[in-house]
Design a binder for this molecule. Structure first.
Ligand code: CIR
Length: 259
């Protein structure tokens, strides 16, 4: 089966998860202090409002204190026009999260659970018929084989990407800007040889976790040279603060499942 190419950045809905008080115990590679729950809520609400303004109907799921990282709802599942895939998560403190999004997804699309290995949604970049998948500390070859078996039946090609050092997930280092263009950190440039790649200015690599949503490119606040670069290429850029998610190695993409 093959499907029509679709703009992989056109979305009408998104699932979000309210941050739980336990988010202060969220995973992080380097401890730069616990996030503030109050500020997390404020930044999360601003993010949600921007998605709504971009034409996305958002569905806010209730906080889950048992799962400190559950606000990063992109990781347990993904949705394609053909259906959702429920992942298997490698981080023990996140292993129960896929079950917690199943019912909400089933309200909209058929759900297929991964049956082997591990995949985190943050490692998956959908560009259209080609899907890139980072082989990271969270996503393994077995997981990609299992995912490949599902998405190849839907007409997609799944391309594994060896990850450069220092990135938690593939999308920590890249974002789709349009059908032809990807924003990426320098070490990922060669991966996207079929695309025009806009490389992050030196020192602003953390801005790579942007999201194209309908007519806007949403960028984390605090990266003026990246904002200027995207403006120069004609994108309609919005910025918002995600300082508390960033303390836990999260960013803009992780805070929603868009479909
Ligand atoms: C974690 O380590 O799993 C969370 N603290 C951050 C997850 C960020 N998710 C993402 O980039 N998709």
């Amino acid at each position: 089966m093959s499907h029509d190419p679709f703009p992989a950045y056109r979305f009408s809905r998104a699932l979000l998860r309210e941050p739980a008080a336990s988010v202060v115990c969220g995973l992080r590679a380097v401890d730069r202090g616990d996030p503030s729950l109050e500020l997390f809520h404020l930044e999360h609400a601003a993010y949600r409002a921007i998605l709504e303004n971009a034409g996305v109907e958002t569905h806010l799921l209730p906080a889950l204190s048992d799962w400190p990282d559950s606000v990063f709802i992109e990781d347990p599942a993904m949705v394609l026009p053909e259906g959702a895939i429920l992942f298997r998560m490698a981080a023990p403190s996140r292993a129960g999260e896929p079950d917690t999004v199943r019912e909400a997804l089933e309200a909209f699309v058929p759900v297929t659970p991964l049956d082997n290995g591990h995949v985190d949604g943050g490692d998956i970049l959908v560009t259209g018929p080609k899907i890139f998948a980072g082989l990271s500390k969270r996503t393994d070859r077995e997981g990609l084989d299992a995912m490949g078996a599902i998405v190849s039946g839907w007409g997609y090609e799944l391309v594994g990407v060896d990850m450069p050092e220092g990135l938690l997930h593939l999308k920590t280092g890249c974002a789709l800007l349009d059908e032809e263009t990807i924003l990426a950190v320098e070490p990922l440039k060669e991966t996207f040889s079929d695309f025009r790649v806009l490389t992050l200015p030196e020192g602003e690599e953390a801005a790579a976790n942007a999201i194209r949503v309908n007519d806007i490119v949403l960028l984390a606040a605090g990266y003026p040279r990246t904002e200027e670069l995207l403006n120069r290429w004609g994108y309609n850029v919005r910025t918002t603060k995600v300082s508390q998610a960033q303390l836990l190695d999260g960013g803009l993409s992780c805070l929603s499942i868009r479909f």
